[in-house]
Design a protein. Structure first.
Length: 256
């Protein structure tokens, strides 16, 4: 675990589907200026844990979450939490790009315009700023009014990242964001993550151990123990990936 001040903490998070335990007693911490990589075998509960960090599991009526998640010390599961405002602070990038049937510009502004009124001049500036941060501006600056669906998959994923950046989040959660991308697009996303981490906390689920080595400062390994997902090991990325201490992490990394 990092000694730096945490931005985001999960404290003894449990997720159940009916009587079945999907995730048991998961605790982790995301520090300022760092990328936390979530690794582990398929079906162990990585995405379930990730979706607990901004309450996306709330959208599945059959799931029950207990424990707590704290953003800068404040509970996200407190009754007074404004969930929409919280999700603006903790954005989510999915495995497949989520593109709206609208222009590139409208896609960038989608979330920001729902949070606050934005004058036209400010909209133009925000689109440019967000797309520059997402390393997409030079490729689309002359076609902002064109349908976003005309972009390549790699460009669409960077557009989704630009849409998140337009609302100025404190944390971005990423669920295998490069698994559908070619190597060049994957490299572009990874370079973005390394630049963004200085001001935005990042948690990334990845099955690509080489990617985890390239981008993660801290690693949390989720494996199945006694029929439920558990965080079996976490710590400095180099230490966990090179010298795992638990049998479950050793077995997973040996097979990866």
């Amino acid at each position: 675990m990092s000694d730096l001040a945490p931005i985001l903490e999960a404290v003894q998070v449990n997720v159940r589907a009916g009587e079945r335990v999907l995730l048991r007693n998961a605790s982790l911490s995301l520090a300022e200026g760092q990328i936390l990589g979530l690794i582990g075998p398929s079906g162990a509960g990585k995405s379930t844990l990730l979706r607990s960090l901004n309450r996306l599991n709330d959208l599945h009526p059959g799931l029950r979450v207990s424990g707590d998640v704290r953003l800068r010390g404040a509970s996200l599961y407190a009754p007074s939490t404004d969930v929409n405002a919280m999700r603006a602070r903790i954005g989510m990038l999915f495995q497949q790009p989520v593109i709206f049937p609208a222009s590139i510009e409208e896609n960038v502004l989608f979330g920001a315009k729902r949070l606050r009124p934005i004058k036209r001049d400010a909209q133009i500036a925000l689109v440019e700023s967000a797309l520059k941060e997402a390393a997409l501006w030079e490729e689309v600056r002359d076609r902002l009014r064109q349908p976003a669906l005309t972009l390549s998959v790699g460009q669409q994923q960077r557009l989704c990242l630009g849409r998140i950046l337009a609302v100025q989040p404190e944390v971005i959660l990423m669920d295998e964001p490069t698994s559908a991308l070619d190597p060049r697009s994957t490299e572009a996303i990874e370079e973005l993550l390394l630049r963004l981490k200085a001001k935005i906390g990042i948690v990334i689920v990845t099955h690509n151990i080489a990617q985890a080595r390239r981008v993660a400062d801290q690693i949390a390994c989720v494996c199945v123990r006694e029929g439920a997902g558990e965080l079996v090991e976490q710590g400095n990325a180099d230490a966990v990936l090179c010298c795992p201490q638990t049998p479950e992490a050793q077995k997973y990394l040996l097979a990866s």
